[in-house]
Structure formats: C-alpha cells, structure tokens
Design a protein around this ligand. Structure first.
Ligand SMILES: Cc1cc2nc3c(=O)[nH]c(=O)nc-3n(C[C@H](O)[C@H](O)[C@H](O)COP(=O)(O)O)c2cc1C
Length: 261
C-alpha cells in the first residue's frame, strides 16, 4: 500500500462509517485498503457501510495496515526542508488527528500549534538561545549541532494540554480528581503518536523533542499561545535525509502475558 493512501485511510476511516458522501479520494483510499470490496459493492457509500460499520470484517485488513504504519514510524533525525506533500496536507492531517484522538470523558484537552518555514526556524533559534547559557561550554557544540538538525527540518508540531479543561473536569468529577492530569497526558501522548505515525506514512521524517518547560514562556509570547495551554512535546518534521538507527526489542517473554482460553 502506498503510504499516502494509508495515512488518509487511517485518519478518515471513522468519518467514513457515518457518511455516504465520502470524497473520491477517501473512496480510493478505502478501495486500496480493501481491494476485495470493489467488485461486490458498487458505490463508495456502500463500501463505507459494508466495510467501516461492520467491525469484525474490518479488523483483519485494518490491523495489518495499522501495524505496518506503527512499524514504519521511527525517529528520523536527519531532516531537510523538502516536504514530500504540500503543507496543507500536513495541516489537515494534524487537524484530523486532533479531532479523532480520544480523551477522558471526551474532555478534548489537546491543543496544537503547527509551525512551518521561518516560524519553525525561529523556534529552534529560540531554543538555542535558551540553552546556550545553561549548557556547559564543553558540550555546547554537540547541543548546537543537535539543534541545527531540528532547524534543518521543515516544521514542528507543538502539542499542549489545556489546563482549564483538566481543572474543569476535576471540579466536575471530584472522584477522579487526581486522574485527570494523568489522563490528559495519556491523550496528548496518543495524539503525538498518531501525528508522528501518520506524517511518516506520508513519507516525511520526524522526531519527538521535549524542550518544555524551558521554552514555554518564549513560545507563549512569540505565538500568542494562551496561558492555559501547557506545552507537552515538540514533533519536528521534514523531508527524510537519513534513516532510523538500530532498535532493540525486549523479548515478549519479559514484557507480555496472556491468560484465558
Ligand atoms: C515519551 C517519549 C519521549 C521521548 N523524548 C524524546 C526526546 O526528548 N528527544 C528525542 O530525541 N527523542 C525522544 N523520544 C524518542 C525515543 O528516543 C525513540 O522513540 C525511541 O528510542 C525508539 O526509537 P524509534 O522512535 O525510532 O522507534 C521520545 C519518545 C517517547 C515515546
């Protein structure tokens, strides 16, 4: 499956189940994902109904494609400014992920800022400025090189949690007061993973950074981010200019248990 088709399908599948007016490109994506659907089912709407509203039939094909995308998502640190898809496409992927990612009680605590081009460059200049007086002089070269690598990318997605949503939920559901901050973190993590995976399914490279809270104030001032948006992570993306490194996996015997017939 072409990565582009996969990413559209990943993000649009849920909408597809509820609308008969799915777009032509979405229909194409669905047919690519479920090739056997095209002959018995004449229209895209019928395809949608048959393949996205019927969970048991959907799961086998979907799980293979999703797992393929999970495996393909890696940390890519060598990035350039040549994006394989238009910026609008990236923006709509991030928006769709933001809409579709679950949150506790559907509280919708995630917030996002996407920076492209000169704004992205500015973020990494700001980060360098902040780090310079904090990093020991003898390790500055390595830090500067690392930051230059981020700046070499084409854009950054900044993820936030809206703290007023979290505190509102704590007031509303006192029983779970201590859980809402944790669940907010879970939801932002889900969004980060979904965004990362989907952008890489489009042929981009990306890596996840955490210069918060050091950069929080400057980010808020520069891009007029509301005070209640708490920065959680920065996903740097761009054209791929290198490959992912080796990665080890612990044996499943150590990390996984199963029980029941
Ligand atoms: C919660 C979390 C925090 C991470 N923080 C950073 C980070 O601050 N900087 C960085 O370069 N990579 C960071 N990473 C990337 C991990 O180092 C990377 O995902 C891991 O080594 C596995 O490699 P892979 O992404 O290629 O699969 C983070 C990943 C996760 C899941």
């Amino acid at each position: 499956m072409r990565p582009q088709v996969l990413s559209s399908t990943l993000l649009l599948a849920s909408r597809f189940s509820t609308t008969a007016a799915a777009s032509t490109s979405t229909c194409r994506a669905a047919r690519t994902l479920f090739p056997s659907a095209s002959s018995p089912l004449k229209t895209c709407a019928a395809t949608a109904t048959r393949y996205f509203s019927s969970t048991p039939v959907t799961m086998a094909a979907n799980s293979a494609s999703l797992l393929e995308a999970f495996k393909a998502r890696r940390s890519i640190y060598q990035l350039n400014k040549e994006l394989p898809v238009p910026k609008d496409k990236i923006t709509s992927i991030v928006q769709e992920a933001l809409i579709q990612i679950p949150s506790s009680f559907n509280s919708q605590s995630n917030r996002v800022l996407v920076l492209y081009g000169a704004e992205h460059d500015k973020l990494w200049d700001i980060t360098s400025e902040i780090l310079k007086p904090l990093v020991p002089a003898d390790s500055w070269d390595a830090t500067a090189k690392r930051n230059a690598g981020f700046k070499a990318g084409a854009g950054t997605v900044l993820f936030f949690i809206d703290t007023t949503v979290v505190s509102g939920m704590q007031e509303k559901f006192a029983l779970y007061k201590d859980r809402f901050p944790v669940w907010g973190e879970h939801s932002t993590a889900m969004l980060q993973f979904a965004t990362w995976t989907t952008l890489e399914a489009e042929g981009l490279g990306a890596n996840l950074q955490h210069y918060n809270p050091l950069i929080d104030e400057r980010v808020a001032a520069e891009w007029k981010v509301p005070a209640n948006w708490q920065l959680t992570a920065q996903l740097v993306f761009g054209g791929r200019a290198g490959e992912a490194g080796q990665k080890d996996h612990l044996p499943l015997e150590e990390t996984f248990k199963v029980a029941g017939a």
